[in-house]
Every structure is written in C-alpha cells, then in structure tokens.
Design a protein around this ligand. Structure first.
Ligand SMILES: [Zn+2]
Length: 195
C-alpha cells in the first residue's frame, strides 16, 4: 500500500507499506539488522555508502546543535532525535524496534559540528546505493504501529482556505459578510502535482 505526497516545493515522496509473507518475515533481531541500519558506515571500508548516508540520511541537526530546527516542538525534537546509543537492536513493548546505534567514534562534520550515529535515520544500504536518495526503512510488528502507519498513508492532501474577492470593490455599508461565499476549502496543489 502506498501514497505519493508532494511537498510544498513540489518534490514528490512516497509512504509505502509492505506486508511480508510468513516465509519472509523478519523473525529476529539479527535478520532486522541485516536489512535496516541506523549507523554511519565505516568511511574507509564503504566510502560510497558513507557519502550517501551522510548526504541523505542525517536528521537535523536539531536540539542543542540547532534549536531553531523545524522539528523542534516545546524544546524537544518531535522526531525523537538524537536517539540514544544502543549496543543491540531490541523491541520495546509497544512494538517499535530500537535499532542498534553504537558509539563507534564515526562522525560526519556538518557546518562545523560533528554528527554521530544518534542522528542517523534508519536505512537499507542496498536501496540507498541503488536510488541515491532519502529512503527511511522501518520495521513494525504490532497492530498499533499499523494504525499509526495507516493514518500516515490516508491523511489526504494538504488543504488551504482561500477567499476570492475584488480589492477595488467599493465598500458597502452596512458591510455584508457572507462567509460561506467568501471562503473555499481548497486542495493545495504544487505546480508539479497539478501537471
Ligand atoms: Zn529533530
């Protein structure tokens, strides 16, 4: 199941849900680790992957590194970054996985600040190398997580309330305000999406 959204500047992005057949289930932590990674690759061993991950898969920076970041709500990052260092992938009770995120000393310097694994958005190395773009890959195994994802794929297009009027119109007194005629609930379309 998938939906394609167009961001305000016109670039499309997709939210995609995949159901795996019983045979292909990611049944344990080791298998999840094979498919989903939330760490910077070793820049000497995997220079091309390191370049793609540091270009596309770093969240923020936010919090103390950049408090004005758009993800900041009430002094906290709304996407829960930076994550905590974590030696192994585990599943918390709500069904969310917490991915392995070790303190390996590997960093990327962005605008003079060293960013470590805690700001890496979970990804699949093969998909990143193939598509050379931002692809966040996550695992979920509980129905309440599915609820959350369905909300995402079904939330529908952005809306804007617009009014149409004539600025040169002579103002009549008493001024008649017909709010129903004045306002239209419009679907917000960027030029690319309209095309
Ligand atoms: Zn953030």
């Amino acid at each position: 199941m998938y939906t394609v959204e167009f961001q305000k500047r016109g670039l499309p992005h997709a939210h995609i849900l995949l159901w795996l057949s019983q045979r292909n289930r990611l049944q344990n932590v080791e298998i999840v680790d094979e498919f989903i990674c939330a760490e910077l690759p070793n820049p000497r061993k995997f220079p091309s992957l390191y370049a793609v991950v540091t270009k596309y898969m770093i969240h923020g920076p936010c919090v103390t590194l950049r408090p004005t970041s758009l993800c900041m709500k009430d002094g906290k990052c709304s996407k829960f970054y930076p994550k905590k260092f974590q030696n192994e992938t585990t599943f918390v009770a709500e069904g969310y996985p917490i991915y392995k995120c070790r303190d390996m000393g590997v960093v990327v310097n962005i605008n003079g600040v060293d960013i470590d694994n805690r700001f890496v958005v979970p990804y699949n190395p093969l998909l990143l190398m193939k598509y050379q773009t931002h692809i966040n890959l996550e695992f979920c195994n509980k129905s309440n997580v599915i609820n959350y994802l369905f909300k995402y794929v079904n939330k529908g297009p952005d809306h804007v309330t617009a009014s149409i009027g004539n600025s040169n119109e002579t103002v009549q007194y008493p001024r008649v305000n017909d709010e129903i005629k004045q306002y239209y609930d419009c679907r917000y379309l960027s030029p690319s999406e309209s095309m």
